[in-house]
Design a binder for this molecule. Structure first.
Ligand code: PHE
Length: 340
């Protein structure tokens, strides 16, 4: 009687396993047959009451039924899992050879690129790089640079005054003053940065532009040193030998003061619209530091001397890249800026 029930359980459950369509159905059949309250448990409930030899005979049968069912269950389950995996593998896949969506690389502003190159060059020549504040005191921007209160640079038309003796710096030269007072001679420094002038904006004038100030103070500094550093700077930037000339120029903080011109790189000096047919382009105001300027920062002009220059970074970028309208540099038009 029990024997027949066990055989029937084996047959019916194996058939149910075979018919199962899914892992869930398989699992249901397993619980029905082998679960804690399943058929097998029912059948064996009264096993204990059987006489010993019958118990051992039926026990063997019971174990073989159990083993068969569990074995078949595991085999079937594995089949389902593999089929499931195969299906997922065929559906979920990525073609790693497809071209990636193009992330657009950013790039530095042409003026920033040029600034970086100039900083690298001067660092390699032993110059410190200083950055002064854009909001300056009248003292740093004018007085300490030997610019008297009557100088036209102080005029309402040129300077953005902020009140309380503060202003937007009109040049990077106030960083000379900060450099002299902080570093003490001998010193070599450059100061790149943004400067502001109350200008009518047109193709060649902006209210906001960039300069790089430079200063070297030591014993026995001469115009020859100045020319050497300026030529090194310009051939490094333009990647070729440049011809320079000095003309006298007036700036209250240098004596003598010069305008340094370079032979026009567009026409090689033959004359073209860029150099206004003169063959020369004005690029670099410079000179030997005025004794008053040294004195005003507590440096003895009998012991120390130096040169200073104020490179027009914006104009240099325009020359190098052939940009003919200064307004494009700050216009924020990415179509323009991404060309560099
Ligand atoms: N600061 C001057 C200007 O902006 C340029 C300059 C700097 C001239 C250093 C001489 C020496 O016009």
């Amino acid at each position: 009687m029990l024997e027949a029930k066990l055989e029937e359980l084996r047959r019916a459950t194996l058939a149910a396993f075979t018919d199962a369509f899914s892992l869930e159905e398989l699992e249901e059949s397993r619980i029905e047959a082998l679960g804690r309250k399943g058929t097998l448990a029912q059948i064996t409930k009264d096993f204990g009451k059987l006489p010993p030899e019958e118990r051992s005979r039926l026990g063997k049968l019971l174990n073989s039924v159990k083993q068969d069912l569990e074995g078949e269950y595991e085999r079937k389950k594995l089949q389902f899992e593999q089929a499931d995996l195969a299906e997922r593998l065929s559906k979920e896949w990525i073609d790693v050879t497809l071209p990636a969506p193009n992330p657009r690389p950013g790039n530095l502003h042409p003026v920033t690129q040029l600034q970086g190159e100039i900083e690298d060059l001067f660092t390699s020549l032993g110059f410190a790089v200083l950055y002064g504040p854009e909001v300056e005191t009248e003292e740093h921007n004018f007085d300490a640079l030997n610019i008297p209160a009557t100088h036209p640079a102080r005029d309402m038309q040129d300077t953005f005054w902020l009140g309380d003796g503060l202003l937007l710096r009109t040049h990077t030269s106030p960083v000379q003053v900060r450099g002299m007072r902080e570093l003490r001679p001998p010193l070599r420094m450059i100061a790149p940065g943004r400067v502001f002038r109350n200008e009518e904006v047109d193709a060649s004038h902006e209210h906001t532009f960039y300069q790089v100030e430079g200063m070297m103070i030591d014993r026995d500094v001469s115009v020859a040193n100045l020319i050497y550093f300026m030529k090194t700077l310009l051939s490094d930037i333009f990647k070729r030998e440049v011809t320079v000339r000095l003309r006298p120029g007036y700036f209250p903080f240098v004596e003598p003061g010069f305008e340094l011109d370079i032979r026009c790189l567009i026409c090689n000096g033959d004359g073209c619209p860029v150099c206004k047919h003169s063959g020369w382009v004005e690029l670099l105001p410079c000179g030997l530091v005025h004794p008053n300027v040294l004195r005003l920062s507590g440096i003895d002009p009998d012991e120390w001397g130096g040169f200073a220059f104020g490179l027009g970074l914006t104009r240099l970028a325009m020359m190098r890249y052939g940009i003919d309208d200064i307004r494009q540099l700050q216009g924020g038009d990415l179509r323009f800026l991404c060309q560099f």
